[in-house]
Design a binder for this molecule. Structure first.
Ligand SMILES: C[S@@+](CC[C@H](N)C(=O)[O-])C[C@H]1O[C@@H](n2cnc3c(N)ncnc32)[C@H](O)[C@@H]1O
Length: 233
């Protein structure tokens, strides 16, 4: 339990190795968060936009004319950045985005609402892309059940599925960027990525809350064996 500024107690629920804040503490944190204020001022849909901005400023991933897939895109901060930096806003690049939730229209972004874990999701994405991708990025976070082991397996299952999809659709030299959580459960994933990409690293942007175990795996220089696309090629 935690005390707020008025001295009242708030319950924090432990879930999947993370502590979920009570709604009052969550609201307080949002109101005091400089990234939330900055996102609002700059017209970004989410504070998450700054995580991608920071990663991209450092590693120069997004380039004009690229095709980018944004998995778990809502409310759309990452898609906004990708559309701008690939030139998709001006019809040069292409940004394809999906989410379980609805997402308001973003110029230059092709969005569809469906579950990435649906068996036909890869095929639907390939049709939306109309070819291969240069970057597959995933900020997806699986809903937590509160059972630590189950939650870790769900999180890692989601990112492994995203990595498998990336391996199917990336152009040579392509990039995979995905949210993972610091649990040590991603060792197998990292080993697989090291086989298929020239460089694999974990990154923790400043905009990612320091009290969160969230971090990102960034794999660049795709060199895996290319299979024919099931559609679109
Ligand atoms: C942290 S938010 C993404 C924020 C986003 N990157 C931005 O910049 O606004 C995670 C998103 O992943 C989505 N998500 C989780 N599991 C998913 C799945 N299986 N398929 C599609 N979207 C999923 C959630 O609905 C949620 O909107």
């Amino acid at each position: 339990m935690a005390k707020d500024t008025t001295g009242r107690l708030h319950v924090t629920v432990k879930s999947g190795g993370k502590r979920k804040l009570s709604s009052k503490l969550w609201l307080e944190r949002q109101l005091n968060d400089p990234y939330v204020a900055k996102a609002k001022a700059m017209g970004y849909r989410s504070r998450a936009a700054f995580k991608l901005l920071e990663i991209d400023d450092k590693y120069r991933l997004l380039k004009p004319g690229m095709t980018v897939v944004d998995l778990g895109a809502a409310p759309g901060g990452w898609s906004q950045i990708a559309a701008k930096r690939t030139g998709a806003v001006d019809g040069k690049g292409k940004v394809v985005a999906i989410d379980l939730l609805e997402m308001g229209e973003i110029p230059g972004v092709t969005f569809a609402q469906f579950d990435f874990l649906d068996h036909d999701a890869p095929e639907k994405l390939i049709v939306m892309m109309g070819g291969r991708a240069d970057i597959v990025m995933s900020d997806m976070a699986a809903n937590t059940t509160g059972h630590r082991k189950t939650d870790q397996l769900r999180i890692i299952g989601l990112v492994e599925t995203a990595a498998h999809f990336a391996g199917e659709v990336l152009n040579p030299g392509g990039t995979f960027l995905a949210k993972v959580f610091q649990s040590g459960a991603d060792a197998e994933l990292v080993a697989q990525l090291k086989r298929d990409f020239a460089t694999v690293r974990h990154v923790k942007p400043a905009a990612s809350r320091q009290d969160s175990s969230e971090r990102y795996v960034l794999a660049t220089g795709f060199r895996g064996q290319q299979q024919p696309l099931s559609r679109g090629e």
